[in-house]
Design a protein around this ligand. Sequence first.
Ligand SMILES: *[C@@H]1O[C@H](CO)[C@@H](O)[C@H](O)[C@H]1NC(C)=O
Ligand SMILES: *[C@@H]1O[C@H](CO)[C@@H](O)[C@H](O)[C@H]1NC(C)=O
Ligand SMILES: *[C@@H]1O[C@H](CO)[C@@H](O)[C@H](O)[C@H]1NC(C)=O
Ligand SMILES: *[C@@H]1O[C@H](CO)[C@@H](O)[C@H](O)[C@H]1NC(C)=O
Ligand SMILES: *[C@@H]1O[C@H](CO)[C@@H](O)[C@H](O)[C@H]1NC(C)=O
Ligand SMILES: *[C@@H]1O[C@H](CO)[C@@H](O)[C@H](O)[C@H]1NC(C)=O
Ligand SMILES: *[C@@H]1O[C@H](CO)[C@@H](O)[C@H](O)[C@H]1NC(C)=O
Ligand SMILES: *[C@@H]1O[C@H](CO)[C@@H](O)[C@H](O)[C@H]1NC(C)=O
Length: 443
Amino acid sequence: MFRSLALLFPLANTAFAVYSFDPLEHLAGISPYFEPADPPLDPKPPQGCNVTRAAYLIRHAAIYANDFDYEEYIEPFTDKLKNTSVDWSKAGPLAFLASWETPISDEELEDLTKVGELEAFQLGVDVSLRYPTFKQPKKVWTSTAERTELSAQSFIEGLAEKSNETERTSVPESEAEGADSLTPYKGCPKYSGSTGSKQSSQYLKVYTKPIMKRFEDLAPGFNFTANDIAGMQELCGYETVIRGSSPFCSLDVFSPNEWLGFEYTNDIQYHYNTGYGNPISGVLGFPWLNATASELLSDGASQDLYASFTHRELPPTVLVAMGLFNNSAWSGANDPNATMPLTTQNYNRAWMSSRILPFLTNIAVEKMSCDSYGFDAGDFVRVLVNQSPQHLSDCADGPGESCSTSKFEQFVQERGEKFGGYTENCQPEFTNSTDVLTIYDNA
Ligand SMILES: *[C@@H]1O[C@H](CO)[C@@H](O)[C@H](O)[C@H]1NC(C)=O
Ligand SMILES: *[C@@H]1O[C@H](CO)[C@@H](O)[C@H](O)[C@H]1NC(C)=O
Ligand SMILES: *[C@@H]1O[C@H](CO)[C@@H](O)[C@H](O)[C@H]1NC(C)=O
Ligand SMILES: *[C@@H]1O[C@H](CO)[C@@H](O)[C@H](O)[C@H]1NC(C)=O
Ligand SMILES: *[C@@H]1O[C@H](CO)[C@@H](O)[C@H](O)[C@H]1NC(C)=O
Ligand SMILES: *[C@@H]1O[C@H](CO)[C@@H](O)[C@H](O)[C@H]1NC(C)=O
Ligand SMILES: *[C@@H]1O[C@H](CO)[C@@H](O)[C@H](O)[C@H]1NC(C)=O
Ligand SMILES: *[C@@H]1O[C@H](CO)[C@@H](O)[C@H](O)[C@H]1NC(C)=O
């Protein structure tokens, strides 16, 4: 597909690295799926190890646009564009706006795009190739929104020899399910979807100011707002997954530094929304970690592969529950707010939402049977985020920084002491709320 075109144009073998920059890898929640080209550890199982069971938590694939992005940023810009008397032919890199038309209409909001469908299918194929010895799963789980259901369906078609023999199992998104769903934030009154906007709007002002001035010079009278700039940058992502490419992605329209400004604004938002800046994050992510650990470690699991589809909110909270991408980790001090300053970027941050929650982002927890040089033979667990193996703090005593099952059990228990107690912490209105995710029981 379009992203692999890069293979046709390999960089010349010069002694000097050519600076290259792909905005699509810096679009936070609207980045099309990508796997970092330079993972810190090899995605292949470590020497002497075979993966014997795996669980995947997957965000749905690319959609036309989400309601909030559309109403807040994109539509106000495209409405203004329809009505303007600006002469775009004189507007340099913005000249394309003279004839550009929006690819998004009200009817398609939140729908999966064809590119999204293709990417979900491709992930299914990739996963089947990663685990050639696995039995075809009887079930794949999904929350009930159309975009998650359809992503799960395309994944199954890509994964399974006989796709009719893997059941797509729907898990209600209702508040009443509490922790027992793939959308536990919905039943948690202590979580609010808008948390983080106040903080991120501060950096939005900082990075868009020079862009607004530059654009005003190119197109006097359009009165570009900070939200117009964000909307135009979002259109780069959405238009690409709808039409295959977008003029908004051009580095003549926005420079690399301006894309990094967009990305950091989003990183602040997600840090306070579903990351370390929100004390409820780990509580929301823990039930999936706990249920997954039970399935992977149990003697008699009925499936080799447990795959579940959800929305953008759940994967980052699971990462917090596991202590991954923690900006504070190397500073020693636990002051999450200080790690994401609101008026200047922390370029060394670990919390980069483009890597954490792009479309189709996936967290894999694998159980491996190992007989590896220098380690006792036995079972080990490792975590991969978009194919990139992660180092779990205090849980890396095995080959390739994997974690022995006994250590992993202890790790999950300790994380539970920190982040267990969904009901107590969320205080849901439903009195039948529980702290555990049971959808995989009796699979
Ligand atoms: C379009 O422009 C007209 C005239 O300037 C104005 O009255 C109207 O409110 C504008 N509509 C939008 C959607 O901005
Ligand atoms: C699935 O389809 C195949 C062939 O298309 C058929 O042989 C098989 O019986 C079907 N399985 C189920 C469970 O319907
Ligand atoms: C709580 O009760 C409601 C019905 O009132 C039901 O729909 C829901 O599944 C229950 N939740 C749990 C976690 O059992
Ligand atoms: C831009 O602002 C000026 C001054 O406030 C106003 O006269 C003009 O109508 C605005 N243009 C648009 C397209 O809103
Ligand atoms: C993040 O790292 C800091 C510093 O190492 C640590 O104190 C804190 O507990 C970590 N947070 C989580 C949620 O694991
Ligand atoms: C971090 O920021 C949040 C939201 O602004 C605030 O409620 C909290 O008190 C801050 N924490 C610290 C330790 O400053
Ligand atoms: C891994 O699989 C290979 C091929 O089936 C087998 O020879 C080897 O013994 C296995 N290793 C372990 C540790 O299970
Ligand atoms: C983890 O899950 C098990 C059931 O598999 C449950 O007994 C335990 O209470 C859960 N831990 C926490 C902290 O919720």
